[in-house]
Design a protein around this ligand. Sequence first.
Ligand SMILES: [Zn+2]
Ligand SMILES: [Zn+2]
Length: 256
Amino acid sequence: MDIQVLGAHNCESQNSKLVSLLIDDALAIDAGALTSSLSFPAQQKLKTILVTHQHYDHIKDIPTITFNLFLRGATITIYSIPAVFEALTNHLLNGRIYSRLMELPPESPTVKFNVIEPGKSEQIEGYGVLAVPVNHSTPTVGYQITSPDGKIVFYTGDTGPGLADCWEYVSPQLLIIEVTASNRYEEFARESGHLTPALLGQELTVFREVKGYLPQVVLVHMNPELEEEIEAEIAVVAGALNSSIKLAYEGMQIHL
Ligand SMILES: [Zn+2]
Ligand SMILES: [Zn+2]
């Protein structure tokens, strides 16, 4: 399984992009940086987008990629929870902000939306996909992806602390999890459903208690302004847990 980090941050600029992961060129998770990172041919190779939740930084490129595919007569399937379907149809692809690409062209709409049921494993493009609820300020699911050769990654999407239940359902070799802010923003993180390095440390400690091991950990959704602080604080957490925790960056390639 080859995972490419297209966007690793929670703010966009010339040097930072919003969260998007690409798995083996076929499957994307979250749509913060799909058109800004991928060529037209690469966009056309994409068959499926899994969306964790409706916040704009995670759905931003859905209108632009679906419009590109519409012009080329291609289609794409989006999987997510009902709240995301409602947000896309009512507020984005609604005929006012952007074309109704879930209904156009009428004979074969560009976007097919499939509701995914948390806790129920599905086969999508040959991968096992399991959606698992996490703790954010709006309904959110993380995705565990199992490749045909048995490699397993779990991406949480945006989440705050309290993942003990979530850990019961997943057994990844690689955990891609968010850390949005540094430790001095813990109160903000708890209120808005995000993690800091110290909060991540507590969640990983629980993971090890529940599962008996720790996976490799890669962090996304960092606030670029706080990244140096986060990196220094993460080094302390990784040292205390004696584990590997890396900060993702745009263009990072991970081979599992
Ligand atoms: Zn969010
Ligand atoms: Zn976000």
